[in-house]
Write a protein that binds this ligand. Structure first.
Ligand SMILES: NC(=O)c1ccc[n+]([C@@H]2O[C@H](COP(=O)([O-])OP(=O)(O)OC[C@H]3O[C@@H](n4cnc5c(N)ncnc54)[C@H](O)[C@@H]3O)[C@@H](O)[C@H]2O)c1
Length: 437
């Protein structure tokens, strides 16, 4: 792809459309409001807090990313979304139980005004949920057109100059690519005949992309990762990115596994288990939705450790992932990892990780960064899969012939080099020979 010559300035309001207004979405919206009213810090967000080194180490140039690239301002963000439950964002946030009473009180007026539009939903794809705030239509195509109308009405009502859509809805049942996903024509025909290979999340993605709106996928759902929608993204000059926010256990996995491989330490097994009690945990009780999540969580190790290149170290890895719904914990997930590694002459060692995390607190800054970077990519004329955003995902989307890059630090380098490339700065290779000439 050619380097962007001129990146349009982020003028006017940026509409942020979120299918799924549950724990993650409401924690994100509340957080943006708290940050822009100077009541809290955007911890965990690269777009708000990280710097980027430019030029040589001797130049001392390390601006904040938000001062280096032209990102939309938090003050210019307007939120909207869809959910199968009619609760306002305030009621949904209160039920999700992520934010404490002090923070909730500060954003009550703001969140109460954000009411979900009726959802494109089908119980067959998320078996643990039933809600009444759902669109009706003869075909999936009719429902997708209603989503398009929602988008147009939102844009007009709020006077947005640009929009981004980011899926924060539930994990749908496991789906494989089907022949109806092959082309935009077969995809549209399948929507019209209510084909089961068209999931509700795909209706939002189709509506967004054909409206020229960037689409990010925070769940492991197949959604945009099919040829028809990838092709439409190219045709409509729309950036797309996914899948599945990389927040807790997988974040640590993609930090630790590259360390073992860097030092040529072997791995026999990695057992990961979780307890969590939020609605996401409840949805994942259904074996169909769990399978989607499991596939997403299992991928990272294989791609990082490359057992085909290092059979002596990684060919016999027992990798297991368990998720247990345990209501008392709410959103405060606990993830345990037992890692069986081996060293010099094959002597075994063990590592235990116990991460008492907060799911949505880790996810919210990812949502913010993805919204801002997808908007930036679109203004820069970048279209199709945005591999440089792999940093944020458990199952990064790539061109079909490529394997995904999972190593967090390679992903970070790729992200920052893409920003340098967009702005015409030298890429940083870390060679550093010039300092010793
Ligand atoms: N929190 C994390 O750490 C994390 C990490 C990775 C991925 N995710 C994914 O992000 C998503 C959101 O997580 P959450 O904790 O906010 O879950 P949540 O259950 O609190 O919220 C999801 C919301 O989506 C709604 N929904 C489901 N199908 C819908 C549809 N077709 N249209 C509109 N709304 C729909 C549900 O009613 C629910 O309110 C989940 O898919 C989860 O797997 C979360």
């Amino acid at each position: 792809m050619e380097k962007p010559t001129k990146i349009a300035a982020p003028r006017g309001k940026l509409g942020v459309l979120l299918p799924g207004m549950g724990a993650v979405a409401t924690t994100f919206m509340a957080g943006v409001e708290l940050v822009r009213t100077k009541k809290a810090l955007p911890v965990g967000s690269l777009t708000q807090m990280a710097t980027i080194r430019l030029g040589k180490r001797t130049e001392g140039r390390s601006p904040k990313i938000k001062d280096f690239v032209k990102l939309a301002r938090l003050e210019d963000m307007i939120f909207g979304g869809w959910d199968i439950f009619p609760d306002s964002a305030y009621e949904a946030a209160a039920k999700a139980g992520v934010l404490d009473a002090h923070h909730l009180a500060l954003v009550k007026t703001f969140l109460s005004k954000i009411k979900p539009m009726s959802a494109a939903f089908d119980h067959e794809y998320v078996k643990m949920l039933n809600g009444k705030n759902v669109k009706k239509g003869k075909t999936k195509y009719d429902i997708a057109l209603q989503v398009k109308d929602d988008i147009a009405n939102f844009k007009k009502k709020h006077g947005c100059s640009r929009l981004v859509m980011l899926w924060c809805g539930s994990t749908e049942v496991f789906m494989k690519e089907h022949e109806v996903h092959a082309t935009p024509e077969s995809f549209e025909a399948a929507m019209k005949e209510n084909h089961p290979a068209i999931a509700p999340s795909m209706l939002y993605a189709w509506a967004a992309i054909t409206n020229g709106i960037a689409y990010g996928n925070g769940a492991p759902n197949l959604t945009v990762d099919v040829p028809a929608l990838r092709q439409l993204a190219q045709e409509h000059k729309v950036p797309i990115a996914g899948k599945d926010f990389k927040t807790g256990q997988t974040l640590l996995k993609t930090v630790l596994a590259p360390a073992f491989k860097a030092r040529m330490l072997g791995l026999n097994g990695w057992f990961s288990t979780n307890i969590l009690g939020n609605r996401d945990g409840e949805v994942l009780e259904d074996p169909g939705s769990f399978k989607t999540k499991e596939e997403s969580k299992l991928g990272a190790l294989e791609f990082i450790l490359q057992p085909h290149l290092y059979p002596d170290l990684y060919k016999k890895i027992h990798h297991k992932v368990r998720i247990n719904y345990y209501p008392p914990r709410g959103d405060n997930k606990e993830g345990w990892d037992n890692i069986d590694i081996f060293g010099w002459l094959g002597y075994p060692m063990q590592i235990k990780v116990d991460f008492l995390c907060r799911d949505s607190i880790l996810a919210a800054p990812i949502v913010l960064d993805l919204v801002l970077f997808l908007d930036l990519a679109q203004r820069a004329g970048m279209r199709g899969i945005q591999e440089w955003l792999s940093f944020y995902f458990k199952s990064p989307m790539t061109a079909p012939e490529l394997y995904p890059e999972h190593d967090l630090f390679i992903q970070l380098m790729k992200l920052k080099n893409t920003l340098r490339w967009m702005m015409g700065e030298d890429l940083i290779t870390h060679l550093g020979q010039e300092y010793y000439d």
